[in-house]
Design a protein around this ligand. Structure first.
Ligand code: PLP
Length: 364
């Protein structure tokens, strides 16, 4: 726990640091997942989740990390035509591979890492009529790019019920407003260990009526991620299989905190902290990987234009300050490093991180 003296405080973009009060809220006796106690717990979290996703559709709780739902979406929706995967970073690039491993015919709309998705390219691809599912990552955590969700959703919706838009909001959910129903998204999904500041292991998602109808036409949806199994169980305030009950207790606590803070205030806090991180980048002569106008509000992917030793920076941060800094993801490890401001971070915690960075940079 964070009050353990040797704990290295996480400032990586997932999993993020968990507040002691969240652990306390999770320290409850076990309950049966077919009990009225569990139904009450689900009923407690459900309206808040619908509000945060901007939907009147049910919100489903999947005991899996986000990838489970990312893979599950393809198993539920893809099979008739090809899947178009918008690829511009580690997570989005991997999604095309995951689609193929599920036996789906998938094509990458590939961009360089750090380049935002261009809705006009999505339109040009969909105009071929070859695709009926699009995978899209709102906030590409590996590059710090926030992609234009509303614009891409508008393109996809112009094909009516023919094309399904599956959107990963793993590192943008509760950071910026996302309106599932209004944007006409078909699947929206997130995970517990990013901005929700909960332990890993819980996926949260919603599905449009269009997508539920599509799923009915798809064979071999399997069981664990079958959307219709989720719907049947959700109608009774339950999940298909035994869920991670304690993380859901934590979720109830975090939702209470979110609505006590106020959703708008929460968005504003993330924006403010993100701006502080951006100022630090500018003041220290670093650059951003993401172009202006497409920068994430939940993390900052700093381009290592000064050629510093990022691994050494990380170890100085760890040894001298007990802080865990991210050293870049996948093929841009060392060429970038990332500062997360998502979850329960405050001006104080971010300020501590930035002073520790100043100190560590001076010692490189
Ligand atoms: C972290 C992350 C994932 C993977 O989440 P898991 O919970 O590890 O499955 C997927 N997409 C994005 C954008 C992420 O940031």
């Amino acid at each position: 726990m964070s009050n353990q003296p040797d704990h290295v405080r996480l400032h990586i973009p997932g999993p993020v640091e968990i507040s002691p009060d969240t652990y306390e809220a999770m320290a409850t006796p076990m309950i049966g997942h077919r009990s009225s106690d569990f139904q009450k717990l689900y009923d407690d979290v459900h309206p808040g989740l619908q509000e945060l996703f901007g939907t009147k559709q049910p919100v489903y709780l999947s005991t899996s990390s986000a990838w489970g739902v990312m893979e599950g979406s393809l198993r539920n929706l893809a099979g008739h035509k090809k899947v178009l995967c918008c690829c511009s970073g580690a997570f989005s690039d991997k999604w095309v591979d995951v689609a193929r491993r599920c036996g789906k015919d998938a094509e990458a709309l590939q961009y360089d890492w750090g380049t935002p998705i261009d809705p006009a390219d999505v339109k040009a691809k969909l105009d071929t009529g070859e695709f009926d599912v699009v995978t899209f990552i709102h906030n590409e955590t590996s590059t710090g790019v926030m992609n234009p969700l509303a614009e891409v959703a508008e393109v996809v919706r112009s094909y009516g019920d023919d094309v399904m838009l599956v959107t990963d909001t793993v590192s943008s959910f509760t950071v910026v407003p996302i309106e599932f129903d209004a944007l006409g998204i078909d699947v929206i999904l997130t995970g517990s260990q990013k901005a929700l500041a909960l332990p890993p292991g819980l996926g949260l998602f919603a599905v449009s009526e269009r997508a539920m109808a599509r799923a009915e036409t798809i064979n071999d949806r399997g069981y664990y991620f079958d959307f219709h199994e989720f719907a049947k169980n959700q109608a009774k305030s339950m999940t298909p299989s035994t869920p991670c009950i304690h993380t859901i207790y934590g979720l109830r606590h975090q939702l209470n905190k979110i609505f006590t803070e106020g959703v708008e205030n929460r968005f504003a806090r993330h924006e403010k902290l993100n701006n502080i991180a951006h100022e630090w980048v500018n003041e220290n002569g670093f650059e951003f990987l993401a172009p202006e106008g497409f920068r994430s509000k939940s993390l900052t992917c700093v381009k290592n234009n000064k050629g510093i030793d990022v691994a050494k920076l990380q170890s100085l941060m760890r040894e001298n300050h007990r802080l865990q800094l991210d050293g870049g993801y996948g093929k841009i490890k060392g060429d970038t490093f990332r500062i997360s401001n998502m979850g329960d971070e405050t001006e104080e915690t971010l300020g501590n991180l930035l002073s520790a960075l100043d100190d560590s940079l001076a010692k490189l």
